[in-house]
Ligand binder design. Structure first.
Ligand code: GRF
Length: 214
């Protein structure tokens, strides 16, 4: 019987711990999604090795600019890879590029990102450091849909972690990462089972009874 599960492409530039968590969950054939490919802009990304270990097809999209926004030609290459493989969901997992072009035109509402703070606080590259320096007592992570803003799309799931007095950037990041791996897998599962309903900025999770009656 053909595998009908939701087809996921992961875009990652670095370590790939979120990629690993999602690929790990997808190894269970009862999980409603599977990772079709890994796409990176960094030929030295450790995530590439993880993909190879898992037998997941991977692509390094040639980088034609150093940082920031992905050049349109490269975005088009990613669109092509995803469309040819019938990808349903694109998951950004530490992908250090801004998407604004063709990927969003074709996949808007089907691209997720994870950010290591409780958005909308501490957007941008050094969110964990900013939360610490600001003196936040609680931080966390956010899975959100990607739109044309930076870290500004509709929020899907969040998890909080305490900021302890002796935390440094590294220890706080470790706590945040642990929660990231949990909620990113959950968000993929919710998407794959059609349980995310976006209404403007709000994303409702269908099938959850949050009513507090009586
Ligand atoms: C995560 O902390 C995520 O929030 C941010 O980039 C980091 C990626 O980590 N967007 P990894 O490569 O998944 O380990």
């Amino acid at each position: 019987m053909p595998d009908q599960r939701c087809r996921v492409a992961v875009l990652a530039s670095g370590r790939g711990s979120n990629f690993k968590a999602i690929a790990g969950a997808c190894r269970d054939e009862n999980f409603p999604a599977r990772v079709i490919c890994l796409i990176t802009d960094n030929p030295a990304a450790p995530a590439l090795e993880l993909a190879a270990d898992d037998g997941i097809e991977s692509f390094t999209v040639p980088v034609t600019e150093k940082k920031g926004r992905l050049p349109e030609a490269d975005e088009l290459k990613i669109v092509d890879i995803c469309e040819k493989r019938g990808v349903d969901l694109i998951v950004l997992a530490g992908f250090m590029r801004i998407l604004k072009g063709p990927l969003l035109d074709r996949f808007e509402g089907r691209i997720m990102n994870i950010h290591p703070t409780l958005l909308p606080s501490f957007k941008g590259l050094h969110g964990v450091r900013q939360a610490l320096e600001y003196g936040a007592k609680v931080s966390g992570c956010t899975v959100h849909f990607v739109d044309r803003t930076v870290d500004g799309g509709a929020i899907i799931l969040q998890a909080a972690v305490p900021v302890d007095d002796d935390d440094d950037e590294n220890s706080l990041l470790q706590k945040v990462n642990k929660e990231e791996h949990r909620i990113y897998v959950e968000a993929v599962e919710l998407f794959a089972t059609g349980r995310l309903l976006q209404e403007g900025r709000r994303v409702r999770i269908l099938g959850n009874d949050f009513s507090r009656k009586g």
